[in-house]
Design a protein around this ligand. Structure first.
Ligand code: PLP
Length: 369
């Protein structure tokens, strides 16, 4: 779809690559670190200052205690942490449970490790996506080794509610399951709501590997610095793989991010305000164009129902949209692993410059009019 956008000159609301600014101080610090010669292999588990900052962030924001030595691992993006967790904790014959639709690194991670990905569809309720606890329970078998939980969720923009997290946690404790989380949108939760890591729930810290990343929080997706926090045995399992995937990466970025993470709250408030405006612009524009957007409580994306335009197939819609309207979106079916009961969902991203969104919305409404 990105290639299609280049070829047709369409506004690309497909891929979730942010067009927004990064904190200027962070960029200057990276430049300084490079020029100061911080360009050699950092420690395999991550530079000490960043591990300390990750631990301090978890304590200050969520009241979670992790030892910077042994319970924090810096990785090449959240992607490497996720792959390392799958490879380090599962193998052939094991099952990994996650929700459908899901981020495309999960099926890939499961395939790399030889495990089977079992997906539980998120149910649609009104204008949002909800947990079906019965479906989750029946997806669990004797072979289930871990639950991969992405909240805030890509591609739906769903934030699992405290009640849903409680039900998931109870099931994991009951079945003695390990949970690997993907919380890369932890700071991008809108409308005054706050992200709750499942590790904060009773009985969960000791069984949860909590993964996040700098990419989405600071608009630096090209730097690929992520991290995992968890009890020492889970960190050791992930590290045993990570060590042979990349060993280590991003020395100057890691150093600069340590300081940025210490000051993340002010920055994140500003970014949330911008993204809230952008989300609302896009939602209003989609509605004006006759498409029905779902609620997005977090992240970069809006789901839209294309049936009002007479389409039932998101892939066909997305192939035709650049030619018809000069806009690129992504069919949600691309993120669907199991039976696709919602082929009429399409994902639009709003992590774009305001003028890109204004132009996209104008093009869509022109077509509707
Ligand atoms: C963007 C994204 C990632 C990738 O994070 P990196 O730090 O760039 O590897 C992982 N999970 C989700 C849900 C994402 O949207």
């Amino acid at each position: 779809m990105t290639e299609l956008a280049h070829r047709t000159g369409a506004v690309n609301l497909g891929q979730g690559v942010p067009e927004l600014d990064s904190p200027p101080a962070l960029l200057a610090e990276v430049a300084d670190a490079v020029l100061a010669g911080r360009n050699q292999y950092p420690p395999a588990v991550g530079v000490p200052a960043l591990r300390a900052a990750v631990a301090a962030h978890a304590r200050a924001r969520y009241g979670l205690e992790y030892a910077p030595d042994g319970e924090v691992l810096v990785t090449t993006g959240a992607t490497e942490a996720l792959a390392s967790a799958c490879l380090g904790l599962t193998g052939p014959g094991d099952e990994i449970v996650t929700f459908d639709p899901c981020y495309d690194a999960y099926p890939a991670g499961a395939r790399l490790s030889g495990a089977t990905l079992v997906t539980v569809p998120l149910a649609i309720d009104g204008d949002g996506f909800v947990l079906d606890s019965d479906a989750l329970r029946s997806a669990m078998t004797d072979r289930t080794r871990l639950l991969l939980l992405n909240s805030p969720h890509n591609p739906t923009g769903k934030v699992f509610t405290p009640d849903e997290l409680e039900r998931i946690a109870e099931l994991c404790v009951e079945r003695d399951l390990t949970v690997v989380t993907d919380e890369v949108y932890e700071h991008l939760v809108y409308d005054g709501a706050r992200h709750v890591p499942i590790a904060t729930l009773p009985g969960m810290r000791e069984r949860t590997l909590m993964i996040s990343s700098a990419g989405k929080t600071f608009n630096v997706t090209g730097w690929k610095v992520g991290w995992a926090c968890g009890p020492a045995h889970l960190i050791a399992a992930a590290n045993s793989v990570k060590q042979w995937l990349t060993y280590t990466s991003g020395a100057p970025y890691q150093e600069a991010l340590a300081h940025a993470l210490d000051a993340v709250e002010d920055w994140a408030a500003e970014l949330r305000a911008t993204l809230t405006t952008h989300r609302d612009m896009l939602a209003t524009g989609l509605r004006a164009a006759g498409l029905s957007p779902y609620r997005a409580d977090a992240g970069y994306f809006l789901q839209a129902d294309i049936r009002p335009w007479g389409f039932t197939d998101g892939l066909r819609f997305c192939r035709e949209l650049p030619g018809r309207a000069g806009v690129v979106a992504i069919p949600t079916s691309a993120f669907q692993q199991g039976v696709d009961t919602t082929p009429w969902l399409v994902r639009f991203s709003f992590c774009k410059r305001e003028d890109s969104l204004t132009e996209a919305v104008a093009r869509l409404s022109a077509l509707a009019g």
